[in-house]
Ligand binder design. Structure first.
Ligand code: ATP
Length: 362
């Protein structure tokens, strides 16, 4: 049985539907992420799990129990909000003890629980320090320890890292993964940052306009998006308008108008005549002045360099195809001392394996 089951949940505000027939389940121990653009309904869904909002219809089950009507403080969940908001005048141990004090737990039980949680998050030797005497990562651990002290079944995290700068954020992401692994508690994590979702999650539900657009492991969401929306939202992706002109022998032939034929893996439901999008990640494309035919890169197009962006580790080359479509490609700069392989207006060739691109109908 799943730890959390969301069944056909709908939430409206006036005549606006914020969450539209969402169903999904989360297993115990999972790091599960709700990812989507601003306004897609992810926070509303999280607030319904916490009990701050009630669904109009549908059910939320925790450990098989319907939580309808159960107030937030009686639910076996805890929410960690954007800033960790530790009390600056309290020590680490006092911060962690705070929820238990509020719940009028006995002094002896508070001490035992706090010691246990401090040990869980490896902060025992910091118990008497104040928040300003801790690193960012240690503060994050204190906030999570405080959330864990009531022994929730589920920890809800609402963009906890969004206020941090990029470098600190990356460090905190690594901390968070380790912490979740060590403590083994189930995380439902809300973010609009696709990189963060890919890096942290066991599974991701990509949301759009109140609905789950795709739910899968990060690798599948990235390599096999099920729609133009998901391909575009997750990382850099080339989106080439394509028409299915043939399907045989385990391959699909796609016409890219004004450019040529690209082969791709067949997609269930796609048939000759269908129009859709060939999605193709920049790093899957080979780029050269000339590329040999028949080296396993079945798709072969010509183009002209439109822009070069030197990023240090890689250079991005934007290549214009014959039909005017711009395709993003990249080359690593590691092996060569040169920063640039090509300049604007250079004639180049692009090639990729037939299964590197992924066709979507929607
Ligand atoms: P963000 O990343 O910006 O927080 P989100 O995906 O978390 O976005 P929600 O906060 O769930 O989005 O909001 C979804 C939609 O529902 C938004 O259009 C929002 O304006 C609307 N909404 C949320 N709460 C209310 C409310 N209490 N009353 C009216 N509309 C609301």
């Amino acid at each position: 049985m799943a730890l959390l089951e969301i069944r056909d949940v709908v939430k409206t505000f006036g005549d606006f539907t914020a969450v539209n027939h969402v169903s999904l389940s989360v297993e115990a121990g999972e790091f599960f992420t709700l990812l989507g653009p601003s306004g897609c309904g992810k926070t509303t869904l999280l607030r319904m799990l916490a009990g701050f909002e009630q669904p109009d219809s549908g059910q939320i089950l925790l450990d098989g129990q319907n939580v309808a009507g159960v107030p937030p403080e009686k639910r076996p969940v805890h929410t960690v909000f954007q800033s960790y908001a530790l009390f600056p005048h309290m020590t680490v141990a006092q911060n962690i003890a705070f929820p238990l004090k509020m719940a009028k737990v006995s002094q002896a039980d508070i001490k035992a629980r706090v010691d246990e949680v401090l040990d869980d998050v490896r902060l025992t030797q910091f118990a008497t320090r104040f928040p300003h005497e801790l690193s960012g990562g240690q503060r994050q651990r204190v906030a999570i320890a405080r959330a864990l002290v009531n022994r929730p079944r589920l920890l809800l995290l609402d963009e906890p890292l969004s206020a941090l700068d990029a470098k600190l954020r990356e460090d905190m992401q690594i901390e968070l993964i380790n912490l979740q692994k060590e403590v083994g508690i189930t995380f439902v994590y809300v973010t609009h940052d696709q990189g963060e979702a890919l890096a942290l999650s066991h599974r991701i539900a990509v949301m759009n306009k109140g609905e789950v657009a795709q739910l899968d492991v990060p690798e599948t969401i990235y390599s096999y998006p099920n729609s133009r929306f998901v391909a575009d939202f997750i990382g850099q992706c080339n989106l080439l308008d394509a028409t299915v002109v043939g399907i045989d022998d385990g391959k699909m032939k796609l016409e890219i108008e004004g450019v040529g034929i690209a082969e791709a893996l067949p997609v269930p439901g796609a048939k000759v005549g269908d129009k859709g999008t060939l999605t193709l990640r920049p790093e899957k494309i080979r780029l050269g002045a000339t590329l040999p035919a028949g080296d396993g890169h079945e798709v072969h197009f010509k183009g002209k360099v439109h822009d070069c962006l030197f990023l240090g580790d890689v250079t991005i080359y934007i290549v214009e195809l014959d039909n005017g479509t711009l395709v993003e490609t990249m080359l690593p700069n590691a092996a060569s001392g040169r920063a640039r392989f090509f300049d604007d207006n250079d004639q180049v060739e692009l090639a990729w394996r037939f299964d590197a691109g992924h066709f979507v109908l929607a």
